[in-house]
Design a protein around this ligand. Sequence first.
Ligand code: DP6
Length: 358
Amino acid sequence: MEKSINNSGSIRVGYQCPSNIALVKYWGKKEGGVQLPANPSISWSLGDLYASTIVQALPRENDQAFVFTLAGESKPSFEPKIASFLTKIASDCPWLVDFTLHIDSQNNFPHGTGIASSAAGFGALSLCLAHIEQLLLGDSSLQSEVGGMNFWQRSSYLSRIGSGSACRSMFAKPAVWGQTPAVTGSSDLFAVELDFETHPSLSNWKDVVLIVDDGEKSVSSTAGHALLTNHPYAEARFGQAQKNLEGIVLSMKNGDVKSFIEIVESEALQLHSMMMTSIPYYVLMRPNTLAIIEQIWSFREQTGLSICFTLDAGANVHFLYDGKIEETVMNFVNNTLLQYCKNGQYLCSNTGKRPVEL
Ligand code: DP6
Protein backbone atom coordinates (compact mmCIF):
# COMPACT_ATOMS: atom_id res chain seq x y z
CA MET A 1 0.00 0.00 0.00
CA GLU A 2 1.39 3.41 -0.95
CA LYS A 3 1.99 5.58 2.11
CA SER A 4 1.92 9.34 2.41
CA ILE A 5 1.73 12.06 5.02
CA ASN A 6 -1.89 12.67 6.04
CA ASN A 7 -3.57 16.02 6.68
CA SER A 8 -2.76 16.03 10.39
CA GLY A 9 0.94 15.65 9.53
CA SER A 10 1.15 12.11 10.89
CA ILE A 11 2.77 9.18 9.08
CA ARG A 12 2.26 5.46 9.64
CA VAL A 13 4.54 2.78 8.20
CA GLY A 14 5.31 -0.83 9.06
CA TYR A 15 7.89 -3.48 8.25
CA GLN A 16 8.50 -7.12 8.93
CA CYS A 17 12.24 -7.72 9.15
CA PRO A 18 13.98 -11.09 9.42
CA SER A 19 16.62 -12.06 11.92
CA ASN A 20 19.89 -13.37 10.49
CA ILE A 21 22.54 -15.94 11.25
CA ALA A 22 26.20 -15.04 10.76
CA LEU A 23 28.35 -17.54 8.88
CA VAL A 24 31.51 -15.48 9.38
CA LYS A 25 31.11 -13.72 12.70
CA TYR A 26 31.17 -10.07 13.69
CA TRP A 27 32.96 -10.12 17.02
CA GLY A 28 34.83 -6.98 18.02
CA LYS A 29 34.36 -3.32 17.14
CA LYS A 30 36.85 -0.83 15.73
CA GLU A 31 38.00 1.75 18.22
CA GLY A 32 36.51 5.16 17.48
CA GLY A 33 33.53 5.61 15.17
CA VAL A 34 30.01 4.48 15.90
CA GLN A 35 29.60 0.74 15.92
CA LEU A 36 32.10 -0.16 13.20
CA PRO A 37 33.11 -3.81 12.89
CA ALA A 38 36.68 -4.93 13.53
CA ASN A 39 36.30 -7.49 10.74
CA PRO A 40 33.88 -8.24 7.90
CA SER A 41 31.02 -10.69 8.50
CA ILE A 42 28.49 -12.46 6.29
CA SER A 43 25.06 -13.85 7.10
CA TRP A 44 21.91 -15.45 5.79
CA SER A 45 18.62 -13.81 6.69
CA LEU A 46 16.19 -16.05 8.61
CA GLY A 47 12.96 -15.20 6.85
CA ASP A 48 10.68 -17.15 9.18
CA LEU A 49 12.01 -15.60 12.39
CA TYR A 50 11.16 -11.94 12.23
CA ALA A 51 10.06 -8.75 13.98
CA SER A 52 6.99 -6.83 12.85
CA THR A 53 7.08 -3.16 13.68
CA ILE A 54 4.62 -0.34 13.09
CA VAL A 55 5.76 3.24 13.56
CA GLN A 56 3.35 6.10 13.74
CA ALA A 57 5.10 9.46 13.63
CA LEU A 58 2.86 12.16 15.13
CA PRO A 59 3.78 15.85 15.25
CA ARG A 60 5.62 16.31 18.54
CA GLU A 61 3.48 17.90 21.20
CA ASN A 62 5.67 17.59 24.24
CA ASP A 63 9.24 16.53 24.83
CA GLN A 64 8.54 12.88 24.22
CA ALA A 65 10.74 11.33 21.49
CA PHE A 66 8.90 7.99 21.45
CA VAL A 67 6.39 5.68 23.05
CA PHE A 68 7.20 1.97 22.83
CA THR A 69 4.91 -1.01 23.11
CA LEU A 70 5.65 -4.70 22.64
CA ALA A 71 2.61 -6.25 20.99
CA GLY A 72 0.49 -3.46 22.43
CA GLU A 73 1.82 -3.70 26.00
CA SER A 74 4.19 -1.16 27.48
CA LYS A 75 7.67 -2.62 28.05
CA PRO A 76 9.85 -0.21 30.06
CA SER A 77 12.87 -2.56 29.96
CA PHE A 78 13.17 -2.02 26.18
CA GLU A 79 13.04 1.78 26.40
CA PRO A 80 16.68 2.62 27.27
CA LYS A 81 18.01 0.83 24.17
CA ILE A 82 15.55 2.62 21.90
CA ALA A 83 16.22 5.98 23.57
CA SER A 84 19.95 5.51 23.11
CA PHE A 85 19.46 4.49 19.46
CA LEU A 86 17.35 7.56 18.68
CA THR A 87 19.92 9.80 20.37
CA LYS A 88 22.74 8.24 18.35
CA ILE A 89 20.95 8.75 15.02
CA ALA A 90 19.72 12.28 15.88
CA SER A 91 22.31 14.02 13.71
CA ASP A 92 21.60 11.64 10.80
CA CYS A 93 17.85 12.17 11.13
CA PRO A 94 17.31 15.78 12.24
CA TRP A 95 13.61 15.43 11.40
CA LEU A 96 13.13 13.22 14.46
CA VAL A 97 12.83 16.27 16.74
CA ASP A 98 9.58 17.23 15.02
CA PHE A 99 7.84 13.96 15.85
CA THR A 100 6.86 11.61 18.63
CA LEU A 101 7.28 8.07 17.36
CA HIS A 102 4.69 5.55 18.49
CA ILE A 103 6.52 2.27 18.00
CA ASP A 104 4.78 -1.06 18.36
CA SER A 105 6.86 -4.16 17.75
CA GLN A 106 6.62 -7.88 18.18
CA ASN A 107 8.67 -10.93 17.28
CA ASN A 108 7.20 -14.14 15.97
CA PHE A 109 9.67 -16.11 18.12
CA PRO A 110 10.11 -16.16 21.89
CA HIS A 111 12.42 -13.61 23.48
CA GLY A 112 15.59 -15.10 25.01
CA THR A 113 15.89 -18.07 22.68
CA GLY A 114 19.28 -16.89 21.49
CA ILE A 115 17.82 -15.66 18.22
CA ALA A 116 19.18 -12.25 17.39
CA SER A 117 15.99 -10.45 18.35
CA SER A 118 17.81 -7.12 18.42
CA ALA A 119 18.79 -7.64 14.76
CA ALA A 120 15.21 -8.17 13.65
CA GLY A 121 13.87 -5.44 15.96
CA PHE A 122 16.35 -2.70 15.04
CA GLY A 123 16.12 -3.80 11.41
CA ALA A 124 12.35 -3.34 11.33
CA LEU A 125 12.47 -0.03 13.21
CA SER A 126 15.17 1.33 10.90
CA LEU A 127 13.25 0.34 7.78
CA CYS A 128 10.30 2.32 9.16
CA LEU A 129 12.49 5.35 9.85
CA ALA A 130 14.16 5.21 6.41
CA HIS A 131 10.70 4.97 4.85
CA ILE A 132 9.40 7.96 6.82
CA GLU A 133 12.47 9.88 5.70
CA GLN A 134 11.60 9.19 2.05
CA LEU A 135 8.02 10.33 2.61
CA LEU A 136 9.28 13.55 4.19
CA LEU A 137 11.31 14.07 1.01
CA GLY A 138 8.06 13.67 -0.91
CA ASP A 139 9.16 10.35 -2.40
CA SER A 140 6.64 7.55 -1.92
CA SER A 141 8.51 5.31 -4.38
CA LEU A 142 11.55 5.09 -2.06
CA GLN A 143 13.95 6.01 -4.85
CA SER A 144 15.68 8.96 -3.17
CA GLU A 145 19.25 8.70 -2.01
CA VAL A 146 19.87 9.93 1.52
CA GLY A 147 23.47 10.63 2.57
CA GLY A 148 24.58 8.95 -0.67
CA MET A 149 22.69 5.74 0.22
CA ASN A 150 19.71 4.10 -1.43
CA PHE A 151 16.73 3.08 0.73
CA TRP A 152 18.08 -0.38 1.63
CA GLN A 153 21.57 0.86 2.38
CA ARG A 154 20.16 3.68 4.47
CA SER A 155 17.98 1.25 6.45
CA SER A 156 21.02 -0.94 6.94
CA TYR A 157 23.14 2.06 7.98
CA LEU A 158 20.61 3.19 10.61
CA SER A 159 20.04 -0.29 12.00
CA ARG A 160 23.79 -0.83 12.40
CA ILE A 161 23.81 1.98 14.92
CA GLY A 162 21.10 0.17 16.92
CA SER A 163 22.78 -3.24 16.76
CA GLY A 164 25.63 -4.13 14.44
CA SER A 165 24.28 -7.46 13.24
CA ALA A 166 20.91 -5.84 12.36
CA CYS A 167 22.43 -4.16 9.31
CA ARG A 168 22.71 -7.57 7.62
CA SER A 169 18.95 -8.25 7.84
CA MET A 170 17.95 -6.16 4.81
CA PHE A 171 18.76 -8.53 1.99
CA ALA A 172 17.64 -11.78 0.41
CA LYS A 173 21.10 -12.71 -0.83
CA PRO A 174 23.95 -13.31 1.62
CA ALA A 175 24.73 -9.98 3.32
CA VAL A 176 28.25 -8.74 3.97
CA TRP A 177 29.02 -6.04 6.50
CA GLY A 178 32.51 -4.62 6.82
CA GLN A 179 35.05 -3.58 4.29
CA THR A 180 36.73 -6.44 2.49
CA PRO A 181 38.58 -6.74 -0.80
CA ALA A 182 36.50 -9.90 -1.42
CA VAL A 183 33.28 -7.92 -1.99
CA THR A 184 33.05 -4.88 -4.25
CA GLY A 185 31.21 -1.99 -2.61
CA SER A 186 31.50 -3.48 0.90
CA SER A 187 31.49 -0.96 3.72
CA ASP A 188 31.83 -0.64 7.47
CA LEU A 189 28.81 1.67 7.47
CA PHE A 190 26.17 -0.65 6.05
CA ALA A 191 25.80 -4.14 4.65
CA VAL A 192 25.63 -5.06 0.97
CA GLU A 193 24.33 -8.22 -0.63
CA LEU A 194 26.53 -10.45 -2.77
CA ASP A 195 26.27 -9.41 -6.38
CA PHE A 196 26.03 -12.94 -7.81
CA GLU A 197 23.60 -15.85 -7.52
CA THR A 198 24.71 -18.38 -4.92
CA HIS A 199 25.56 -21.76 -6.45
CA PRO A 200 22.48 -24.07 -6.35
CA SER A 201 24.17 -26.42 -3.86
CA LEU A 202 24.20 -23.59 -1.29
CA SER A 203 21.22 -21.50 -2.33
CA ASN A 204 18.41 -23.26 -0.50
CA TRP A 205 19.72 -24.02 2.96
CA LYS A 206 17.59 -23.96 6.08
CA ASP A 207 18.21 -23.51 9.79
CA VAL A 208 16.85 -25.40 12.78
CA VAL A 209 17.68 -23.51 15.95
CA LEU A 210 18.02 -26.09 18.71
CA ILE A 211 17.24 -24.39 22.02
CA VAL A 212 19.63 -25.76 24.63
CA ASP A 213 19.22 -22.88 27.03
CA ASP A 214 16.42 -20.30 27.03
CA GLY A 215 17.64 -18.25 30.01
CA GLU A 216 19.16 -14.78 29.92
CA LYS A 217 22.58 -14.55 28.23
CA SER A 218 25.47 -14.64 30.71
CA VAL A 219 27.32 -12.05 28.61
CA SER A 220 25.52 -9.50 26.44
CA SER A 221 26.89 -9.15 22.93
CA THR A 222 27.85 -5.54 23.59
CA ALA A 223 29.93 -6.65 26.58
CA GLY A 224 31.23 -9.57 24.51
CA HIS A 225 32.54 -7.31 21.75
CA ALA A 226 34.39 -5.27 24.36
CA LEU A 227 36.31 -8.39 25.43
CA LEU A 228 38.27 -8.10 22.18
CA THR A 229 39.92 -4.87 23.36
CA ASN A 230 43.41 -5.87 24.51
CA HIS A 231 42.62 -9.52 23.77
CA PRO A 232 45.89 -11.36 23.12
CA TYR A 233 44.54 -13.11 20.01
CA ALA A 234 42.42 -10.27 18.61
CA GLU A 235 44.60 -9.34 15.63
CA ALA A 236 44.99 -12.98 14.60
CA ARG A 237 41.22 -13.46 14.85
CA PHE A 238 40.45 -10.40 12.69
CA GLY A 239 42.90 -11.73 10.08
CA GLN A 240 41.20 -15.15 10.17
CA ALA A 241 37.79 -13.56 9.66
CA GLN A 242 39.05 -11.69 6.57
CA LYS A 243 40.44 -14.93 5.16
CA ASN A 244 37.28 -16.87 5.99
CA LEU A 245 35.14 -14.19 4.39
CA GLU A 246 37.10 -14.53 1.16
CA GLY A 247 36.88 -18.32 1.35
CA ILE A 248 33.16 -18.46 2.02
CA VAL A 249 32.31 -16.05 -0.80
CA LEU A 250 34.30 -18.27 -3.15
CA SER A 251 32.55 -21.40 -1.88
CA MET A 252 29.16 -19.77 -2.49
CA LYS A 253 30.20 -18.93 -6.02
CA ASN A 254 31.64 -22.38 -6.83
CA GLY A 255 29.29 -24.50 -4.75
CA ASP A 256 32.15 -25.90 -2.70
CA VAL A 257 30.05 -27.30 0.15
CA LYS A 258 32.97 -28.96 1.91
CA SER A 259 34.89 -25.72 2.19
CA PHE A 260 31.69 -23.84 3.19
CA ILE A 261 31.06 -26.28 6.05
CA GLU A 262 34.63 -26.09 7.25
CA ILE A 263 34.58 -22.29 7.37
CA VAL A 264 31.16 -22.07 9.06
CA GLU A 265 32.02 -24.52 11.83
CA SER A 266 35.49 -23.09 12.33
CA GLU A 267 33.98 -19.59 12.67
CA ALA A 268 31.57 -20.77 15.37
CA LEU A 269 34.37 -22.40 17.32
CA GLN A 270 36.66 -19.37 16.91
CA LEU A 271 33.92 -17.11 18.29
CA HIS A 272 33.64 -19.32 21.37
CA SER A 273 37.43 -19.66 21.66
CA MET A 274 37.74 -15.89 21.81
CA MET A 275 35.33 -15.87 24.73
CA MET A 276 37.17 -18.67 26.50
CA THR A 277 40.48 -16.83 26.18
CA SER A 278 39.42 -13.32 27.19
CA ILE A 279 39.60 -11.79 30.66
CA PRO A 280 37.04 -12.29 32.12
CA TYR A 281 36.58 -15.64 30.36
CA TYR A 282 33.32 -17.40 29.54
CA VAL A 283 32.27 -20.87 28.49
CA LEU A 284 28.95 -20.30 26.77
CA MET A 285 28.45 -23.83 25.47
CA ARG A 286 26.55 -26.21 27.71
CA PRO A 287 27.03 -30.00 27.80
CA ASN A 288 24.07 -30.39 25.44
CA THR A 289 25.62 -27.94 22.97
CA LEU A 290 28.59 -30.25 22.65
CA ALA A 291 26.39 -33.36 22.54
CA ILE A 292 24.48 -31.87 19.58
CA ILE A 293 27.69 -30.92 17.76
CA GLU A 294 29.03 -34.45 18.17
CA GLN A 295 25.77 -35.96 16.93
CA ILE A 296 25.83 -33.68 13.87
CA TRP A 297 29.41 -34.66 13.12
CA SER A 298 28.74 -38.36 13.45
CA PHE A 299 25.56 -38.16 11.33
CA ARG A 300 27.51 -36.29 8.65
CA GLU A 301 30.27 -38.88 8.77
CA GLN A 302 27.76 -41.72 8.34
CA THR A 303 25.63 -40.13 5.62
CA GLY A 304 27.87 -37.63 3.80
CA LEU A 305 24.95 -35.18 3.87
CA SER A 306 25.34 -31.41 3.46
CA ILE A 307 24.81 -30.39 7.09
CA CYS A 308 26.73 -28.32 9.62
CA PHE A 309 26.31 -26.25 12.77
CA THR A 310 27.00 -22.73 13.82
CA LEU A 311 26.67 -20.91 17.14
CA ASP A 312 25.93 -17.40 18.31
CA ALA A 313 27.28 -16.01 21.55
CA GLY A 314 25.29 -18.56 23.56
CA ALA A 315 24.54 -22.24 24.07
CA ASN A 316 21.99 -22.82 21.33
CA VAL A 317 22.92 -24.57 18.11
CA HIS A 318 21.95 -23.43 14.62
CA PHE A 319 21.75 -26.62 12.59
CA LEU A 320 22.16 -25.66 8.93
CA TYR A 321 21.25 -28.02 6.10
CA ASP A 322 20.46 -28.18 2.42
CA GLY A 323 16.66 -27.83 2.01
CA LYS A 324 16.70 -30.79 -0.41
CA ILE A 325 17.26 -33.19 2.49
CA GLU A 326 14.68 -31.66 4.82
CA GLU A 327 12.80 -34.86 5.58
CA THR A 328 15.93 -36.79 6.55
CA VAL A 329 17.18 -33.88 8.64
CA MET A 330 13.90 -33.40 10.50
CA ASN A 331 13.74 -37.12 11.28
CA PHE A 332 17.25 -36.85 12.69
CA VAL A 333 16.27 -33.78 14.72
CA ASN A 334 13.19 -35.46 16.16
CA ASN A 335 14.75 -38.87 16.78
CA THR A 336 18.23 -37.86 17.96
CA LEU A 337 18.62 -34.17 18.78
CA LEU A 338 15.35 -33.36 20.50
CA GLN A 339 16.51 -34.98 23.75
CA TYR A 340 19.18 -32.25 24.11
CA CYS A 341 16.76 -29.34 23.61
CA LYS A 342 15.31 -27.56 26.63
CA ASN A 343 11.70 -28.71 26.87
CA GLY A 344 12.04 -30.08 23.34
CA GLN A 345 12.15 -26.58 21.86
CA TYR A 346 13.45 -25.76 18.41
CA LEU A 347 12.67 -23.15 15.74
CA CYS A 348 12.81 -23.62 11.97
CA SER A 349 13.52 -21.10 9.25
CA ASN A 350 14.26 -20.77 5.59
CA THR A 351 17.19 -18.58 4.68
CA GLY A 352 17.32 -15.79 2.15
CA LYS A 353 14.23 -13.62 2.49
CA ARG A 354 14.20 -9.85 2.49
CA PRO A 355 12.05 -7.59 4.68
CA VAL A 356 8.40 -7.05 3.79
CA GLU A 357 6.46 -3.81 4.05
CA LEU A 358 3.33 -4.16 6.19
C1 DP6 B 1 27.83 -13.34 17.92
O1 DP6 B 1 25.01 -7.23 16.73
O2 DP6 B 1 24.26 -8.31 18.87
O3 DP6 B 1 25.80 -12.71 16.88
O4 DP6 B 1 26.44 -4.46 17.74
O5 DP6 B 1 26.72 -4.69 20.20
O6 DP6 B 1 24.43 -4.89 19.19
P1 DP6 B 1 25.92 -5.10 19.01
O7 DP6 B 1 26.15 -6.66 18.90
P2 DP6 B 1 25.38 -7.75 18.07
O8 DP6 B 1 26.52 -8.85 17.93
C2 DP6 B 1 26.27 -10.05 17.27
C3 DP6 B 1 27.37 -10.98 17.47
C4 DP6 B 1 27.16 -12.39 16.95
C5 DP6 B 1 27.83 -12.57 15.60
C6 DP6 B 1 27.16 -11.96 14.41
O9 DP6 B 1 25.93 -11.85 14.37
O10 DP6 B 1 27.91 -11.61 13.48
